[in-house]
Design a binder for this molecule. Sequence first.
Ligand SMILES: [Zn+2]
Length: 129
Amino acid sequence: MPIPHRRAITPRTLSHQESLWIQEIVANNPRWKRVDLSNTQVIAECDCGKCKTVYLSSPLPHQPGLEGTKGYIGRIEIVTFDEFLITVTLDQQDGKLGELYVDPLDLREPGDRLLAESWVEKSHTVTAM
Ligand SMILES: [Zn+2]
């Protein structure tokens, strides 16, 4: 089934921010902490206009032996001083990094602001999944 709002793009390398988030999540998961991200590219983005979710691709599995499996690797939760909760979740499919789900939730009423280009973190927690 097609994923709503998933839009293919010309493959590009990870942004600095995406790379930092992925490295932080894998470093926190014992099974994934030794992955090499150098061949990982962004091949699609979400175009819903609110989130910053990207879809990843790599020529070889980051983690052999996981063919046929799918699951979450970990999650970061960031609360900003301008009152957003940004949830960053990384998953894998067949041993390859799959989706970096980046969802900002506006904690102020009425909750319809868009996330600014930059923010200052009030809290930052990483959880392995
Ligand atoms: Zn989206």
